[in-house]
Write a protein that binds this ligand. Structure first.
Ligand SMILES: [Zn+2]
Length: 165
């Protein structure tokens, strides 16, 4: 585990938002599967006192996390696709209660995996796109899923035409 400064403003003053729930500092690749019983266990989550960014600190080095995401396979998640669509439609309605209807606005799903939420959002009228560690290996029907590295994203993701916030 490493300690890091805020990725947004570079400062190192934070308050703890959520104590760690992971039982150890060891990283287990299986725990990166959404359908794993240990999914959701996390290192300490903090909030930057200056800009409000919420992030994990301390955390595993970036390369270690990327390697784990690259190695993970979750066939159960794919097999449960219909249930995911229902869940994501529910979540999208909750989001729209806060930010308003799609109205052709941009939506970015960071960590889109196989792009189910991107598809659901696109069907609801969002200009939906997502990022995934392995976009080339994932099926997708609507929207687009791009590599997780922002430098490789299309300009339209980095500079949406209208903010949703
Ligand atoms: Zn900050």
């Amino acid at each position: 585990m490493i300690t890091v400064n805020c990725n947004l403003c570079g400062r190192d003053e934070y308050r703890v938002r959520f104590p760690a729930t992971a039982e150890s500092d060891a990283l287990h690749v299986d725990a990166f599967r959404c359908t794993h019983a240990g999914y959701g266990h996390h290192p300490q989550i903090v909030e930057c006192c200056h800009c409000g960014l919420v992030y994990a600190n301390p955390r595993w080095p970036t390369g270690t996390v990327l390697d784990a995401y690259t190695a993970v396979e979750d066939e159960t998640y794919v097999e449960e696709r219909h249930g995911r669509e229902l869940t994501f439609r529910h979540h999208l309605r909750q989001i729209e209660r806060i930010v308003g209807p799609a109205d052709g606005r941009a939506l970015l799903d960071v960590g889109a995996y196989i792009g189910v939420f991107v598809e659901v959002a696109a069907a609801a009228g969002w200009r939906a796109q997502g990022s995934s560690r392995q976009p080339g290996r994932r099926p997708r029907r609507a929207g687009a899923v791009w590599p997780s590295t922002p430098a490789r994203w299309p300009r339209s993701i980095c500079r949406p035409s209208r903010s949703t916030w």
